[in-house]
Write a protein that binds this ligand. Sequence first.
Ligand code: MF3
Ligand code: CO
Length: 256
Amino acid sequence: MIIRKNAAELEKMRRSGLLVWEILRHLSSMIGEGVTTLDLEVAADKMIRDAGARPAFKGYYSAAAGTRYGFVLCTSVNDEIVHGMPSSKRALRSGDVVSIDTGVQLNGYFGDSAVTLPVGEVDAEVRRLLQVTEESLERAIDKVRPGNRLFDICSTVERYVVENGFSVVREFVGHGIGTQLHEEPQIPNYIDRRNENPRLKEGMVLAIEPMVNAGKADSRVLADKWTAVTRDGSRSAHFEHCVAVTANGPWVLTRP
Ligand code: MF3
Ligand code: CO
């Protein structure tokens, strides 16, 4: 069942969303050569606590991993797709890309967003990967309207990515969000005919998160049980926003 949120609930989700946006904005300003992914983690952890919120990812149990996640951020560098773990050993270098994904719970409601950033000078193909991934999200956001269907979102991401010569990751998906980090529906970045294709209705909130590889779609998970990487070693990008369905169209909760 897809849980719809009333106006008061959406206002709470808006506050969570804006906190996530502020965190990602601050972390973006920190990015540079020599900064470690643990530096980002420490800064985010402080901002979440100062806001009186709870980190959504830290302690999150994944049946697939069989463990609880240990950090407030996922920091996925270069060929890492998602769920990279912050580390004092991972200093960013010019030419890298880093995806920063974070979530918070504030007044009972979750917010969740991700952005992928270049470090220093990155080559033109990598810049194009970031642009295409972000644009696929923007095009999907535009489909978040009452009367459209879930597959309109999925197919919009897939078509734009494939048209541009990249591939969408199939093993990880977006999700509904509310009082749980992960609610129905699942939101693949491609059409999965095994899933239902519900009509979008006012009050639904969707975390849409394209994960796009420069090379082939195939992924694998490292021995740490969390870090997902591309099988072919190609670069990967990830952007995510939480979007509410309203009578006036899409309301992106995770940006002003
Ligand atoms: N944005 C991802 C998601 O919503 C990040 C989850 S990391 C985890 O699925 F640790 F919470 F699993
Ligand atoms: Co998410």
